[in-house]
Structures are given as C-alpha cells and as structure tokens.
Write a protein that binds this ligand. Structure first.
Ligand code: HEM
Length: 430
C-alpha cells in the first residue's frame, strides 16, 4: 500500500485516500516508502490509542523520516524531558497528574477559568474583522490561527509581543517532525526548535526567580511541584509549556478553519449558527469527526501485536489514521456525509482515546463554540470568496488550511423564502 501524505490526493482530497485504505480488506498496511504501518479502522485506531502497554508514545514527537546528520546534531541538543504526549509510564501518569491539577480540563473549570479570556480575545478579533467591512480577508491568519494562540499565551502568562516568534517556531516544529523538509530546511527548523526550547526554559526560570507566582499555568505548575523533583522538575515544567504552546494552538486553529470552511459553505448553515447558538456544539462535534485537525497520529509498538489478520512486529512505527477511523462505516452511518444531527457523532477519535486523551478538548470546544457564535452574530453576511483553492500544509499529522479567503459583509443576507425552503430540505435530507 502506498501513501504519499506530502503531495497529491492526500492533500487535496484526503477523504478519497481514507476511503481507498478503508475499503482494502487487509485493514492494516505497511507503507514501505514511509517506513510506517498504516492503521485505519476505527476499532484498531481506538485500540492503538488506548493500549499504552502495546503502543507506546516514546517516538510520537520524533521526526517521521531520516533526518540529515547536521540537523540531527541540533535536535540532539534539545534536552526537553518527555512529558504527557511523548511519555510512557511511569513518567506519563505523573506528568499527566500534574497537568490535570494545573490546567483546566473539564467543561465547568474551563468555562470559569478560561471563558473570560476566550470571550475577550474573540471580541477583539471579531471587532478587527468588522472594521474591514466590504474587504476580502484570509480567515486563517486573521482569525483561526490567531485566536487559539492568543488564548494559550494568556493561559501561560506569556506576553503578546512574543506571538510572532512562537507562531513561527510552532509551525516549524510541525514541518520538521511530521513533514518532509529538505536537508537545508531541516537544519533551519531544528535551530528554531532549539531556540524555542531555550525560550521555554527561560520563561520558567524567570517566573521561578521572580519570587511572585501568579495564577498563570507556569506559576501554577511551579506551585504544584512545591520544590519536589519527585513530583515534577523545573525542566519538566518547561517541557509542559513547550508542548502546550504547540498543542494548544495548532490543533484548535485547524478546528476553527475546518468549522468555518463547513459553516460558510452555504449561507443557510452560517445563518443557522447565528440564529441558534444551541446548535453550535453539535456542529463543532461533527466538524471534529468529519475533518479532524489531527488526522494522523503516531505510536511505536512495544511488542508484537496482531490487528485483524496482520501482525505488526515490535519496535514498528505506526500512523493511526484518525481521519479514516472517523469515516469507518462500521461505526458511522453515511460516514462521508457532514451531518451535525447524527446520533453517532460522539464516537469520533479526534481527541484521542484512553490514557493520553486530549487534555485541551474542553478548551478547544469552548473556543470553537464562542468563536463561531460571536463571529456569525457580528458578521452574518460573511462568505467565502468564490475562487477557493483549498490546500493543506504537507505533513502526516496536522490538517491545516493554507488559507480561507472570505468577504466581510456585516449585513445579513436577504432571507429569501425559496432559499430557506431549499436549506431546510437540505438539512432534513442530511
Ligand atoms: C481541536 C483541537 C485539538 C485536537 C484535535 C487535539 C487532539 C489531540 C489528540 C489526538 C491527542 C492524543 C495524543 C495521543 O494519544 O498521543 C491530544 C493530546 C493532548 N492534547 Fe490535544 N487537541 C486539541 C486541542 C488541545 C488544546 C487546546 C490543548 C491545550 C491547551 C491540548 C493539549 C493536549 C495535550 C497536553 C495532550 C497530551 C495528553 C497526554 O498525553 O496525556 N490539545 N490532543
């Protein structure tokens, strides 16, 4: 089985590739060119995400290709200890405990602790867009990537002034680890990642030396460790910040772009969001299933394992095709149909499953809900420009739009009853 995630159909129409892989009777395939085992069925992806004894996380944040020696010598200097997403037991349960204690991760805690931050940042960005009335904007840099980054900076207590370099380091990390850069680019990106790691260490060191710990995440993590390295080391606090600054924004940025793409694909959908905010959580859930922001994720087998009729050896890197699993007809009725009213939508695997389940899921849902509701209320006439060439950044994990061009129109479109009737029929048919 061949899969080229960096060009061609996988970038322009990933669903067609997932369908081809899902329809193949073997279910699990070895992609020799990539050196990865492809796991696509819902049952198998769920098992691999949840069975930490068989499928380890140790190589999740290691490049998916053979890095050139010069870049590797830079990468080797990044001595960030593995925490959460890159850790296996016994480090994983300890660092996850630390994160759960210091980072709000239930809907109630997220609403009370981060809700005010999210609303302030959404309003700020929406006002900026409203001021561009009549103009064309690119919703990816001007809204979808900006919002989650600003929110995560506020949560960590990082100054806005650092936004540019954090964005560029985080984008660089994705290209370096999950992409296919040429050797010269590998070296440049690796140097950026090393700088990023030094930046996070400095951030934590300054906070620790300030003698004044506040309510931001870094302060909370330092308070939580209470000078006890068996609980959490200072370097592990820096490693958590290093991970959160990427995981906390690149993912939600993808979700926002996919949700806007779906919502603006017809004026009726956009109008329905403005008219009925209570429908938004289901809309977001279906976006997560249909177009996951992370549609491939990595594991390495810790021992030989058999999935269906296929045996994967120990030490093999596996690409869990979350996007394919979310389209598995064994679990989802009419899986290729975007249907916010479906009853099986909650079974998607877009936030993972089991011990590594996404710690930021509640925050991502809150951000997407508030963003869509307030944007639709303020700019009911927002529409995608007609010449839309969708393309995604080439990597195996993060499905991120390059651009989403739209026109700002704060006037609500005329509510034509004929159009409304067609829309209702469309929703009923879905
Ligand atoms: C739409 C948005 C998001 C998506 C699609 C997403 C996806 C995922 C997935 C698939 C995992 C599982 C990784 C694994 O099994 O190895 C995960 C874990 C994680 N996510 Fe998210 N995520 C999102 C938002 C966020 C946000 C907003 C944050 C934090 C601010 C965050 C922080 C984390 C962390 C720290 C982990 C590691 C948890 C662990 O290993 O115990 N994520 N996420």
């Amino acid at each position: 089985m061949r899969l080229n995630p960096f060009t061609g159909a996988y970038l322009s129409d990933p669903a067609s590739v997932w369908r081809r892989i899902l329809d193949d009777p073997a279910g699990v395939h070895h992609a020799e060119d990539l050196g990865l085992w492809l796991i696509s069925r819902h049952e198998h992806v769920r098992r691999a995400l949840g069975d930490a004894g068989t499928f380890g996380n140790a190589l999740t944040l290691a490049p998916v290709y053979e890095v050139c020696p010069e870049a590797m010598s830079v990468i080797m200097q990044i001595d960030a200890p593995p925490t959460t997403a890159a850790a296996d037991p016994p480090v994983h349960p300890r660092t996850r405990r630390a994160l759960r204690a210091t980072f709000a991760n239930t809907p109630d805690r997220v609403e009370s602790e981060y809700g005010p931050i999210v609303r302030r940042r959404v309003d700020q960005l929406v006002s900026r867009l409203v001021a561009r009335q009549g103009r064309q904007v690119d919703l990816v840099p001007e809204f979808a990537t900006e919002l989650p980054l600003l929110v995560v900076l506020d949560i960590l207590g990082v100054p806005d002034a650092d936004i540019g370099r954090i964005r560029s380091w985080a984008d660089g990390q994705i290209a370096l680890i999950w992409g296919q850069p040429d050797p010269e680019e590998q070296v440049r990106l690796a140097q950026g990642l090393l700088e990023f790691w030094h930046y996070c260490q400095e951030l934590v060191r300054q906070r620790a030396d300030s003698g004044h710990l506040g309510d931001d995440f870094i302060s909370r993590a330092l308070t939580y460790r209470d000078d006890d390295d068996d609980v959490l080391t200072v370097t592990e606090v820096a490693s958590l910040a290093f991970n959160l600054l990427v995981a906390g924004h690149e993912t939600t940025a993808g979700l926002l772009a996919h949700a806007l793409d779906q919502a603006l694909s017809s004026p009726q959908r956009w109008r329905a969001i403005a008219a009925d905010p209570l429908s938004v959580p289901a809309f977001v859930a279906e976006t997560l299933r249909f177009a996951p922001a992370i549609d491939g994720w990595l594991r390495v087998t810790r021992r030989e394992v058999t999935l269906g009729d296929v045996t994967i050896p120990a030490g093999a890197r596996c690409l869990l095709l979350i996007g394919a699993a979310n389209r598995d007809s064994a679990v989802f009725a009419h899986p290729d149909r975007f249907d916010p009213h479906r009853s099986d939508g909650r079974d998607h695997l877009s936030f993972g499953h089991g011990p590594h389940f996404c710690i930021g899921a509640a925050l991502a849902r809150l951000e997407a809900g508030i963003a869509l509701t307030r944007l639709a209320a303020a700019i009911p006439g927002l529409r995608l420009t007609s010449e839309q060439h969708r393309s995604y950044k080439p990597n195996v994990a993060f499905r991120a739009h390059h651009a989403l061009a739209a026109t700002i129109d704060i006037m609500a479109p005329v509510d034509d009853p004929k159009v409304r009737a067609t829309a209702s029929a469309e929703v009923r048919a879905a």
